[in-house]
Design a binder for this molecule. Sequence first.
Ligand SMILES: Nc1ncnc2c1ncn2[C@@H]1O[C@H](COP(=O)(O)OP(=O)(O)OP(=O)(O)O)[C@@H](O)[C@H]1O
Ligand SMILES: [Mg+2]
Length: 671
Amino acid sequence: MISLDGLNPEQREAAETVEGPVLILAGAGSGKTRTVTYRIAHMLQNLRIPGKQILAVSFTNKAAAEMKERVSHLVDSRTRKGITLSTFHSLGIRILREDIHHLGYNNLFTIYDQADQMSIVREGLKNYRSNKNYDRGIIMSKIGLLKNQGISAEEFPKSKYYDPENNYDGATEYVYHFYQEKLQFYNALDFDDILFMVVKLFKNFPEVAKKYSERFKYIMIDEYQDTNSLQFSLIQALTSTHQNICVVGDDDQAIYGFRGADISNILNFEKQYSNTKVIKLEQNYRSVFPILDLANNVIKESKGRKEKTMRTTQMEGPLPQLWAAGDSDHEAAIVTEEIIKLQSNSVMLSDIAILYRSNTQVPPFEDQLRISQVPYNIIGGQKFYEKKEIKDIIAYLTLIQNSRDELALRRVLNVPNRGIGSVTLNKNLTLAAEQKRHLYQVLCDEQDHEGIKSFIEIIKKYQRVFNEKPLLAAITDLVEELNYYDFIEKSYDQAKLAQRKKDDVKNFMLAADRFQDRYGEDATLKNFVERLLLADSQDNQAPGEGFKKNEVTLMTLHASKGLEYDYVFLIGMEEEILPHKKTIQDNTDIDEERRLCYVGVTRARKKLWMTYAKERKIYGKMAPRFKSRFVIELPHLYKELDRTNFGDMSEDEVKDFKKSFFGNLMDSLKE
Ligand SMILES: Nc1ncnc2c1ncn2[C@@H]1O[C@H](COP(=O)(O)OP(=O)(O)OP(=O)(O)O)[C@@H](O)[C@H]1O
Ligand SMILES: [Mg+2]
């Protein structure tokens, strides 16, 4: 038996109520996620509910991985076998792999990333006859937003989102059609398609929806305040045969409105599901009183919220600090210095996080941490899978799996060089278009071109090899067959650079190796490629990774949701960063920025630092900066320190200081 003694009476009630709808609406750090974890353990171990009937959905891969880990501490692997703990996206992919054929796609579809998406939009715009210059990014994000509202290209002109006066909408309509047709032809989906297609599938084929609803008899959703209308439709479909749904969330932490999340999903839950048991949690177990006090006061000003009270028993703790830095480099320098101090007081680096509003704040911190040899990990920042060499290999793997993927095909057709120039390519593209066939099929018929013949041979050969050999062995063979290391060496003049690229490829192999270790028989090419493509913006973990390393964590406020750290640095606490410049200019949802600030503050358990720079380079020019409005009203709740070293230096001294600072930086970059 699992004991539920680790829960307070309200949490316990939520964990024990497994039949019927349950809503836990409570503030940060009140143990919502912990309750879900214990609830799962209770169902598995005490009620003997088979794992395959349980579905728990988290917001990010990292949060899902944490939940998995917590459950694995509570119940052994046999008891939890078959359970689904995932994100909406991985759940969606699983469903589509099983059933997308109903929609006319093949189950081995590829998932396109942003670069792939952009190149199709570009092509679409080229076809769109207009003398106007349209911004691809705007069109791309319009399409994404539409998909998140469940609106197809056909439905767009009839929807409330269509404005005939707006000439972007005309272009978007055209490109949306073009884009969707191409994707289907290539047997590919983009990220937004995943849930879009699942909802379409469930709508058009109710018997498929019923199958999943009967499979997942017990459903839990964490961070429910950030679900959008597609996710809501998905949940409705999954609960069409029962009402065993438990959602947990906090309206004060709704931070994805900009991506179409709809806070009314949580606020109206009781109306959607009659007889909902509502549970409130008021005890905060995470943060010491001074941090909680600041958080409560930051969020108090937010409009239209459900009033909540939060108490803690951890009354003792240092006051949060607000540091003024000279500029962004100085901000990074004082934070790094403090981290080194913490480290020398035996604090684990894995208990420290640096949180920020936007990725543009990261470079000075990366530089400082590297110079100071403090190990760090940037969540969602490092674009490992976007490096050219890695993308090439992934393209091979994707193509081996889905030969209809024309983007992957075109990417590597002549990599390494096989003498297939653009003339040859265009000839075959025209042929494919004329015959309405896939480029790959057309190339398969090629008799004369040696380069094409050898390319097709490789793809065909490895379609076999990946079926016969374990993943790592097959990838190793492929890289050798391609002479890929040679190719890298020839492509880069600088030996060092070539070496670095080769190391990237080796790291990729290590990732495959870890993946194989972790997933054993399930480490198929299909699953591996999927995991690679799912490493979305919030999550750059290499596949198979996920163990806590002793590194400082750097991530955006958005990515930090649900996580906690003993020591937290909230950087760039200034106007035009938090709140973001765009929301100030458009005077849109400043409250969403406020909630973001609340999320940041409530990540800290023991101590919180906030920093801002008095000056910052904006578009290459130094400009004065000001403390964020979110804290300016609350000076009694933190200790303010002016940390500008430049305070009593002469101008020349400042110059020298900067020169020596940047000198170090340049040296370290040269290393
Ligand atoms: N009853 C309890 N006894 C001891 N510790 C608890 C209890 N409930 C929660 N905690 C601890 O408090 C911390 C916060 O819990 P948890 O992460 O579940 O909160 P949350 O409500 O999900 O927060 P967030 O809104 O930030 O996601 C965790 O370290 C958790 O283990
Ligand atoms: Mg949580």
